[in-house]
Ligand binder design. Structure first.
Ligand code: ZN
Ligand code: ZN
Length: 350
């Protein structure tokens, strides 16, 4: 067993505090990873606060993991010691259902095994995430991070990156497409960079004009404030694809009106409450409302290779472990440009 230093929530809504636990010794197909950096995703906060249902405590969050391979099991073929690797939102799945076979493990019909607040394939052992010094994962659920990407700025690609890449790729964002993203936060800023690299014409729809300069720097072609009513008139029927990255409740009908005929709005954020939708918003323009959840292993690797080719990483604020609780508060206030990443060498014995 391997002593692992971490930060954990000891109970629901408790602030995170130093925690020590054991990781398993690598089995035949396992890769042991020294975690160098771990991103902070808004869903970490939802889960430690039990906003999405009952949690398993102590809970070590973190599913934007970047590190270096330190040990491999006897039958591992895809990785060797020293490789730069990542782990995203899940560490296993049933491997036999039609979706797992298609490389869509995130939609596994049995349910994927989450990187934390979930169980291993045995259905018993609780998984613990990336706010820690090491992790042991089956090689089939480990991603290769190309060496030209710095590990700290690459960590957020494992959730924020793939969450935006997958719908952009699936709905064909490219040179002849007009794409909009609602919200310029952790997800939104990745959507801008990736859509720009895909060659799409990209518009950011943000509450105010505050982030307009940033958006242009990140690669956006246009920027509009949604607090200005004229925006909805001006942009009526403009877009082929809209990614909604915010989890706040918005009037979806208003945004669906910004789609061209046959356009699609994809939900990435998860509002707490049900949102009301008028059938007219869809019917009048053969428009579609869709959702998208992270991406499978194959597509996540494709995203990392795409980002390496285009030199895309996240804009981050690097913090030490003792700043995690403060960072959570700032994430809730959208006071980060654009992702907090924890330097995992600052986890130590309590
Ligand atoms: Zn996430
Ligand atoms: Zn499956």
């Amino acid at each position: 067993m391997n002593k692992t230093f971490a930060y954990a929530a000891m109970s629901a809504k408790a602030p995170l505090s130093p925690y020590v636990f054991e990781r398993r010794n690598p089995r035949e197909h396992d890769v042991a990873i020294e975690i160098k950096y771990s991103g902070i995703c808004h869903s970490d906060i939802h889960q430690v606060r039990e906003e999405w249902g009952k949690g398993a405590f102590p809970m070590v969050p973190g599913h934007e993991i970047a590190g270096v391979v330190t040990k491999v099991g006897a039958k591992v073929t895809r990785f060797k010691i020293g490789d730069h690797v990542g782990v995203g939102c899940f560490v296993d799945s049933c491997r036999t259902c039609e979706y797992c076979h298609e490389g869509l493990e995130q939609y596994c019909s049995v349910g994927m095994n989450g990187t934390y607040n979930s169980t291993e394939a045995d259905g018993v052992t609780v998984t613990q995430g990336g706010y820690s010094t090491q992790i042991v994962v089956d090689e089939n659920y480990v991603l290769r991070i190309p060496k030209n990407l710095p590990l700290d700025k690459a960590a957020p690609l494992l959730c924020a990156g793939i969450t935006t890449y997958s719908p952009l790729a699936h709905w064909g964002a490219g040179p002849d497409k007009k794409v909009a993203v609602i919200g310029l936060g952790g997800l939104g800023h990745m959507a801008v960079k990736i859509a720009h690299a895909m060659g799409a014409h990209l518009t950011v729809l943000s509450q105010s004009m505050k982030k307009a300069e940033d958006a242009k720097r990140l690669g956006a072609n246009e920027f509009y404030a949604t607090s200005d009513k004229a925006t909805f008139k001006k942009l009526k029927a403009s877009f082929d694809l809209i990614l909604n990255s915010v989890s706040a409740e918005l009037d979806w009908n208003q945004y669906l009106g910004l789609l061209k005929i046959d356009g699609t709005m994809v939900l990435l954020g998860l509002p707490d409450k049900n949102v009301s939708l008028s059938a007219f918003s869809l019917v009048m323009g053969r428009r579609r409302l869709a959702g998208s959840l992270i991406g499978g292993i194959k597509e996540t690797q494709e995203m990392l290779d795409f980002c390496a080719k285009h030199n895309i990483v996240s804009d981050i604020e690097l913090i030490s472990a003792d700043k995690i609780n403060e960072a959570f508060d700032r994430v809730l206030k959208s006071d980060v440009r654009y992702r907090f990443v924890i330097d995992c060498k600052t986890f130590s014995a309590p």
